[in-house]
Write a protein that binds this ligand. Structure first.
Ligand SMILES: [Zn+2]
Length: 156
């Protein structure tokens, strides 16, 4: 029988595993986005002609008016750092050797944001600063968001 825990600080984790398998599809617009990123190192976006909202990554349907989106365009690779956090603890509770900055980046020309790593000294980052995508070498790209190594400040 289980006893009701009286000290919540004493409960950190319950080791175990849950076998889950899944297959994720990026959809038609996502497929084009990842293929364009891998093949040309460019960021594909989609614009809703009714709302004028530019989605990056692109979507086949507008999240606001639910209308189909046919117009595609390229945005970035520079953007604005809209927000960021500094991660110092890993997934398993371990102290990271070096902090990792995770940023919310709105590529220039887009209205939506990407979440990605931001390189550099976290104390030198600020909301609103310009950043730019640093892509992996063309031969190392696999058609995923990891084809972007990280974003970095355009201030040099
Ligand atoms: Zn719309």
């Amino acid at each position: 029988m289980f006893d009701k825990p009286t000290n919540p600080d004493a409960i950190r984790l319950w080791p175990g595993s849950i076998p889950v398998s899944h297959r994720y599809t990026a959809g038609l617009a996502g497929e084009r986005f990842f293929r364009t990123l891998a093949e040309r190192g460019a960021f594909l976006a989609a614009r809703c002609d009714r709302c004028s909202v530019v989605y990056c990554p692109p979507t086949a349907f507008c999240e606001r008016c639910l209308g189909a989106i046919d117009e595609e365009l390229e945005v970035g690779p520079a953007g604005t750092l809209e927000s960021f956090t500094v991660v110092r603890i890993g997934f398993d509770g371990e102290q990271l050797a070096a902090p990792v900055v995770v940023g919310l980046i709105r590529l220039h020309g887009a209205d939506t944001c990407l979440v990605h790593r931001v390189a550099g000294d976290p104390t030198l980052l600020s909301v609103g600063m310009d950043v730019e995508a640093v892509l992996r070498d063309p031969g190392a790209r696999t058609g995923s968001l990891d084809d972007v190594e990280h974003f970095e400040s355009t201030r040099r």
